[in-house]
Design a protein around this ligand. Structure first.
Ligand SMILES: Cc1cc2nc3c(=O)[nH]c(=O)nc-3n(C[C@H](O)[C@H](O)[C@H](O)COP(=O)(O)OP(=O)(O)OC[C@H]3O[C@@H](n4cnc5c(N)ncnc54)[C@H](O)[C@@H]3O)c2cc1C
Length: 401
């Protein structure tokens, strides 16, 4: 009987295993995860869960009984530290497990502040795992002073939760503006104004010089020459793909574990999916850090393990919740040269074009614009910019055009 072993027990792993069973795979499936929790969704960690508005059991992607019912072995709290590719065997905690096909869904690791500038002080947190967030939750006391380092989505979401819980929030972003890497200046303007209205002290073009404290963080020196007293610090300065295991195994790495269009690594018996994997896109490679990508790639790998031979066609989408604003993003904005704004009261959407081609949409409290934009992008259709800019024009007919 064939045995599929999946290293990592996160979003991509859960999708891969469920899809294999849905497709009728009747061999063995074992998910091995370093974290003690069964596969769970990470997005609420910096949103509803951190806010205290979502119970722990709602984080889990499936009830634990599902895995037993589907005969999917879950080995939690165990780390795979070596792959023997010749013997088709993984090694974990002094034990070995044979595979016929192996999938790496090892996710990503958050960047930390260097110890030389105080990154190892107590009271300095990253936001990747349930354990990270449970550890920092005790710090969210009314009136506490938090410094957030990094103005990407994770930092901004943490700032929104902290402000809503009555903390005094300073956020520093060393680039000239927040969301520099991922969104247009217009989207950054929207969120800057939103955070300012909620009392966040948002400082752009200002980095962290160093954290200070004796054992535990108590202060921060900033690159604008100012200093702050802080009770704790949240670091949201990006992630890097977790390629450690793949590197030791000698697999090809290129901004993540390099896979071909079908999701196979440089070893035909080993596949990869999710945050850890980069796949061919146009003339280059792409790696996405999103739930949609983890689900779609996980499912694609399952199909291809069953012999489908399908190529991965990424359909990027993403979201972020901050205060009462839901941001939904469809497409990838890389290479855009024009933004068309559509504003209808509280609902705002920004449409990214390269010449006349629609690339992406950022929709704030505008689910209709998001839905229409996503379908247009997936269909390769580019609506007339004047229709988009006219908030009184109905968007739905564009789908039939
Ligand atoms: C706070 C936060 C908010 C987010 N918000 C959004 C959002 O709003 N929208 C969105 O689309 N995406 C969001 N994301 C991103 C999204 O959660 C990730 O893209 C997704 O979880 C990736 O799934 P994955 O399976 O590739 O990796 P992960 O979910 O990270 O799972 C990988 C697992 O593999 C384990 N592992 C690694 N190496 C080993 C080993 N050698 N042995 C055993 N286990 C190992 C890791 O411990 C981890 O548990 C957010 C992420 C975070 C952290």
């Amino acid at each position: 009987m064939s045995h599929v072993v999946v290293v990592g027990a996160g979003q991509a792993a859960a999708s891969l295993a469920a899809k294999l069973r849905a497709l009728g795979f009747d061999g063995g499936i074992t998910l091995i995860g370093e974290e003690p929790a069964p596969p769970y969704q990470r997005p609420p960690l910096s949103k509803a869960y951190l806010l205290g508005e979502m119970a722990l059991d709602r984080l889990f992607l499936r009830p634990e009984s599902y895995y037993a019912e589907q005969d999917i072995g879950l080995r939690l709290g165990q780390r795979v530290d070596r792959i023997d590719r010749d013997a088709k065997r993984v090694h974990l905690d002094g034990e070995a497990l044979d595979y016929d096909m192996l999938a790496l869904t090892t996710g990503a690791v958050p960047n930390r502040l260097p110890n030389a500038i105080g990154g190892d002080l107590d009271g300095v947190y990253t936001v990747r795992s349930l354990a990270d967030v449970d550890a920092m939750a005790q710090e969210f006391r009314d009136g506490a002073r938090v410094l957030i380092v990094g103005g990407g989505y994770i930092g901004l979401e943490a700032a929104a939760v902290a402000a809503r819980k009555g903390l005094r929030v300073t956020l520093v972003e060393m680039s000239e503006r927040i969301l520099q890497r991922v969104a247009a200046p217009e989207t950054a303007d929207y969120f800057r104004a939103l955070h300012s209205r909620h009392g966040v002290d948002l400082r752009e073009g200002c980095g962290l010089e160093r954290l200070t404290g004796d054992g535990r963080v108590t202060g921060a020196a900033l690159t604008d020459g100012s200093s702050l007293d802080v009770d704790f610090v949240i670091v949201g300065v990006g992630i890097r793909p977790d390629t450690r295991l793949a590197e030791i195994a000698g697999l090809e790495i290129d901004n993540g574990i390099a896979v071909d269009a079908e999701g196979r690594t440089s070893d035909p018996a080993i596949w990869a999916a999710g945050d850890c994997a980069s796949f061919p896109q146009g003339a280059g490679r792409l790696r996405l850090e999103s739930v949609g990508n983890a689900i779609d790639m996980g499912e694609l790998v399952a199909e291809n393990m069953m012999g489908a031979r399908k190529a991965y066609l990424a359909k990027p989408w993403f979201w972020s919740d901050q205060y009462d604003v839901k941001l939904q993003i469809a497409g990838l904005n890389t290479g855009y040269d024009q933004i068309v704004a559509r504003r209808d009261g509280d609902a705002v959407s920004l449409w990214y074009y390269a010449a006349d081609k629609l690339l992406a949409v950022d929709a704030m409290n505008d689910p209709r614009a998001y839905m229409v934009g996503k379908r247009l992008i997936e269909a390769g259709k580019s609506p007339d910019k004047s229709v988009i800019a006219d908030a009184s024009a109905d968007l739905k007919p564009l789908l039939r055009a």
